[in-house]
Design a protein around this ligand. Structure first.
Ligand SMILES: Nc1ncnc2c1ncn2[C@@H]1O[C@H](COP(=O)(O)OP(=O)(O)O)[C@@H](O)[C@H]1O
Ligand SMILES: [Mg+2]
Length: 216
């Protein structure tokens, strides 16, 4: 198997109480993994630890072979800008700008071009000139996903990306994410409480009793 894009060793973290201990995890290119678990079990925290946003109290996280929290802030910023894609349920689009302008911000920063086919697949190609504020919540979510994928990340971290979408749109978004990782040698780590979305991933893990266990 190829060198993993993401590798985490012996991750422990907690705030007031310990959330999890000694978690090992790895994800290789073209692979997808889902993390499920009850609300408050620490799924989002673990995703933030894996994606440069929270330094864990214990353990090490390697992205593309390098331990992230040992690197200077500039290197971490470059990782966020070029190499990782982050999709959260509550997206951060510029309300006064058009859908196209929002996506252009990301492609300009990363030096990529907009993939028209991706916009068509997501069903948002015809609303590109519309202001974000005039789009439905589901359309906005798809614009934010197009924005993330347009910068061509090598690994995608998605926290409840389909949480506020109807089922048909959720299935469409999962199709697009799966296509993307296959055709770009990328990887997907998905956090969700929706088992049907989780089951589309190669591996499903459950965070429970401070441990991450593969679900069989
Ligand atoms: N920055 C923080 N400071 C203090 N407590 C936090 C912080 N982030 C999360 N928590 C707490 O950690 C627990 C796990 O949160 P979270 O990772 O969001 O769980 P999940 O995504 O599984 O619902 C919750 O009890 C939450 O209140
Ligand atoms: Mg969460």
């Amino acid at each position: 198997m190829s060198q993993p894009l993401l590798k985490a060793e012996q991750i422990s973290h907690g705030f007031d109480t310990q959330l999890f201990e000694n978690i090992d995890f790895s994800l290789a290119s073209t692979q997808s993994a889902a993390i499920v678990g009850r609300s408050g079990s620490g799924k989002s925290t673990l995703l933030h630890i894996f994606s440069t946003f929270i330094k864990p109290n214990g353990g090490e996280v390697f992205l593309f072979g390098e331990e992230i929290y040992a690197q200077p802030e500039k290197a971490i910023e470059a990782l966020r800008r070029y190499d990782i894609g982050i999709i959260f349920q509550f997206h951060y689009l510029f309300k006064g700008m058009s859908a196209l302008e929002n996506i252009e911000v990301a492609t300009m920063l990363s030096g990529e071009t907009i993939d028209e086919g991706l916009l068509r697949k997501l069903g948002i190609d015809e609303v590109m000139e519309h202001k974000i504020g005039d789009l439905s919540g589901g359309q906005q979510q798809r614009v934010s996903i197009a924005r993330v994928l347009s910068k061509k990340p090598r690994i995608i971290f998605a926290d409840e990306p389909t949480g506020n979408l109807d089922n048909e749109t959720a299935v469409l978004v999962m199709d697009v994410l799966m296509d993307y990782i296959r055709s770009n040698d990328a990887a997907l780590l998905l956090v969700t409480h929706d088992e049907s979305m989780a089951n589309r991933c190669d591996t499903v893990y459950r965070l429970d009793e401070k441990m991450l266990k593969e679900q069989v």
